[in-house]
Write a protein that binds this ligand. Structure first.
Ligand SMILES: [Zn+2]
Length: 125
């Protein structure tokens, strides 16, 4: 899933605002929003005004998806807490370690922040 943010305004109006929707990956954000605006413009109510799209930005949304951990060390590593295998997410590139206990992969200290909990998906570019 990804979040699409669009700047929208009333046609001829000064005020603009932001709207966002979450859509499946692979959906073209601009097309999606153009359709939304078109639908609004086809059905707007008395007192409302037609809208226009200013621009669309696709955001990678945090806390969506799971990391796709891939073992990145050929041999078991060792540090002062014991043995571990090094892992790397093949989508977003963060790294972690898997020790025998707890069995779950723990994110490396520089990726400890909450925002790394979910996988934002592939890095762009
Ligand atoms: Zn990831």
């Amino acid at each position: 899933m990804k979040e699409i943010i669009a700047r929208v305004r009333d046609v001829g109006g000064a005020a603009e605002w932001t709207e966002s929707v979450v859509v499946p990956d692979g959906v073209d954000g601009s097309e999606y929003f153009e359709r939304l605006i078109q639908t609004f413009n086809d059905t707007f109510m008395p007192g409302e005004r037609p809208r226009e799209l200013i621009r669309v930005e696709e955001m990678r949304k945090n806390a969506i998806g799971k990391h796709a951990w891939e073992k990145s060390s050929l041999v078991t590593q060792r540090d002062r807490r014991g043995q571990y295998d090094a892992y790397r997410c093949k989508n977003c590139g963060i790294t972690g370690k898997r020790r025998s206990l707890p069995f779950a992969i723990e994110r490396d200290p520089k990726y400890k922040a909450k925002k790394y909990e979910g996988c934002p998906g592939r890095e762009q570019g």
